[in-house]
Write a protein that binds this ligand. Structure first.
Ligand SMILES: [Zn+2]
Length: 282
């Protein structure tokens, strides 16, 4: 699939669930550089869908930290733009319409499993923080489907098992994943009546005419899932550029937290953004 426009539109899409750290800043800086080189613009999208973890005070802190670091955007929750609103919590009706499209096309099915059910049903333990592969308990036609009809279901996308998904990543080169082996049926609508990350970002990136998505390489597998959603929804996929993730001195990925590597803490210590950038590996 090709890039739709000659006008470059990139995006910064942080979640207000904690303070941004140097790892986020590096990915966003790359996004800004790519937008500048292409003579394009950046959209700031506030990914505040998770009501338990998102906090309004983090939204303010997020924008303040991004500005301090030298990041600028031309559309966003603070400055508006043609694709407003730019906060995901204000776009739920729009996501619901996308979900209904998948549902009426028979591409999703209700799943009554809890996370514990999924983990119990797996033969082998899964590694890392990647979502475990769903064993297909509630797939249509399977015995055991709708076992817990008293629970509110989540809705999973029915993945075409064995289909090879290939795309060219502008950062990491050619990518190849197998549906049903590298990832299973994934949630598109949650049991708490909100869209999943996968569905919301696909609908938003398409609606906001994003031409290139710059994000961390931990999301490469999500891009394979999203490839299927773009196709099922009849939407054109943007280009992708996945960046390597920054790790701490022990080689561990940075997580959102208030520590020496949060942008807030760096600023309080009087460290200039240029100094932070100079320490990044080339
Ligand atoms: Zn299930």
């Amino acid at each position: 699939m090709r890039v739709k426009d000659c006008v470059y539109r990139g995006r910064l899409a942080p979640s207000p669930t904690g303070f941004l750290h140097a790892g986020h800043a590096r990915t966003f800086w790359t996004a800004q550089q790519r937008a500048e080189e292409a003579g394009g613009i950046l959209v700031l999208r506030n990914e505040d869908l998770d009501p338990r973890r998102s906090r309004p005070e983090f939204v303010e802190a997020m924008m303040e930290d991004l500005r301090w670091f030298g990041l600028r955007w031309q559309e966003g929750p603070d400055c508006g733009g043609p694709h407003a609103p730019y906060s995901q919590s204000e776009r739920v009706d729009f996501y619901r319409a996308g979900f209904e499209k998948l549902r009426s096309a028979g591409r999703v099915y209700p799943c009554y499993c809890s996370r514990q059910d999924v983990l119990r049903a797996l033969q082998a333990p899964h590694a890392g923080d990647e979502e475990p592969i769903y064993p297909g308990t509630c797939r249509p036609g399977k015995p055991g489907a709708a076992q817990h009809a008293d629970r509110t279901p989540s809705w999973r996308f029915l993945v075409p098992d064995g289909e090879v998904i290939e795309f060219q990543d502008r950062g990491r080169g050619p990518q190849r994943f197998v549906a049903g082996r590298d990832f299973g049926d994934f949630v598109v609508w949650r049991h708490d009546d909100l869209p999943s990350y996968q569905l919301a970002v696909v609908l938003d990136d398409a609606a906001m005419r994003i031409s290139e998505v710059v994000r961390g390489e931990d999301l490469l597998l999500s891009t394979a899932r999203q490839w299927l959603l773009y196709r099922a929804l009849g939407l054109e996929m943007p280009a992708f550029y996945h960046c390597p993730l920054l790790t701490d001195s022990a080689g561990k990925r940075l997580a959102k937290r208030e520590d020496a590597l949060s942008l807030r803490a760096l600023r309080r210590q009087g460290i200039a953004p240029e100094c932070v950038r100079r320490q990044w590996p080339a």
